[in-house]
Design a protein around this ligand. Structure first.
Ligand code: NDP
Length: 325
């Protein structure tokens, strides 16, 4: 069959999202999930699971490997390691380290002429594309990115490390007032505090001091101190009922002038019930592009900036031309 054969490395939230997303793309098939854990302990929807130790035995059976490990500890190892043998796509999102990560994946890609499609997702990813479109089309302008309302993994981890906290989540909320100002075309200067607020939902351990915990969270440097933060204490039941999904989203807005007094505002918005499922959907579309670029003989590390829209679509370029308008 001529389906694009993909496989997943690492089965967490994102790995599961990729499994679901491939089901929505009939030109692709999912060959395998590879995990560092005992394959018997990993339950997928219906894809066979193998030990990551055996992945090289599958070299001829896989067109593109989608790396679904964490950006902090997994991808810096897995990206360069598997790019040496496979075309890979990943969602590396450790902003400050992206240039160094690009270089290390590129080095591996050069050895066997593979493609390493890095930092794919929504931010970095779709938001990055919308920022460069905005800047290219309206050179006299300002770009604004707002995140949320959404669950921040990093901030949720930070509150769970506070002593006395049994369970916790943190939502980042964009300020509607700030967004409205930006949408008006007035190009405001906004401080960190004016752009987002933070809201925490916490289940306490028995006997924990809620006042002390609230204060510790609100004054936590970098994470919460620069923001207006609300802390809510709730029961485990309420936590399980209302805080078990991973919604997210946000806005990229470019506001500029094409001539004196002529405002032009571009807006790209995401409202996501599930951050990992959407990120996975982006990874899968870029896996298609990666396969096509590889077939054309391209190789090396790439980002969203290197991929033409025609390569992402399951339709042919002839069909797409008919749909231009
Ligand atoms: P998870 O923590 O759910 O999974 C990461 C890895 O941990 C998995 O690949 C898996 O590897 C291992 N793992 C998962 N579940 C378990 C478990 N129960 N016990 C032991 N190990 C487990 O992370 P996510 O999937 O939520 O996110 C992955 C990355 O995606 C994030 O680090 C983030 O950087 C990135 N991301 C990027 C976005 C973007 O827009 N660019 C947006 C959202 C996320 P194994 O199977 O080998 O054990």
């Amino acid at each position: 069959n001529n389906q694009i054969k993909v496989a997943i490395v690492g089965y967490g939230n994102l790995g599961r999202g990729v499994e679901l997303s491939v089901l929505k793309n009939p030109d692709m098939s999912l060959v395998a999930v590879f995990s560092r854990r005992d394959p018997k302990s990993v339950t997928t929807i219906n894809t066979p699971v193998y030990s990551l130790d055996n992945i090289l035995e599958f070299k001829e059976k896989i067109d593109v490997l989608i790396l679904c490990g964490g950006s902090k500890d997994d991808l810096p190892i897995q990206g360069p390691k598997y790019a040496e043998h496979f075309n890979v796509v990943d969602s590396y999102d450790n902003h400050a380290e992206i240039p160094a990560y690009f270089a290390s994946v590129d080095k591996s890609c050069q050895k066997n002429k593979t493609i390493g499609m890095i930092s794919i997702g929504w931010d970095p990813g779709m938001f990055s594309i919308n920022r460069i479109y905005g800047e290219a089309l309206l050179p006299d302008g300002d770009t604004y990115t707002f995140w949320g309302k959404g669950l921040s993994q990093g901030h949720s981890d930070a509150i769970r490390r506070v002593e006395g906290v049994k369970n916790g989540v943190q939502y980042t909320i964009p300020s509607t007032e700030a967004i409205d100002k930006v949408r008006s075309g007035s190009r405001p200067s906004l401080t960190t505090k004016q752009k987002h607020t933070r809201e925490c939902f916490i289940v306490l351990k028995d006997g924990a001091d809620s006042k002390k915990i609230e204060n510790e969270i609100k004054t936590m440097p970098n994470y919460f101190e620069p923001y207006d933060t609300t802390v809510n204490f709730i029961s485990q039941d309420e936590f399980d009922k209302n805080h078990n999904t991973m919604p997210h989203g946000g806005f990229v807005i470019r506001s500029g002038k094409s001539s004196d007094g002529v405002n032009q505002v571009i807006e790209y918005a995401l409202k996501l019930d599930s951050n990992p499922e959407f990120t996975a959907s982006v990874l899968v579309a870029y896996a298609r592009a990666t396969f096509r670029m590889s077939k054309k003989g391209e190789f090396g590390a790439k980002t969203v900036f290197d991929v033409a829209p025609v390569l992402l679509s399951p339709k042919s370029s002839q069909d797409l031309i008919k749909e231009l308008l």
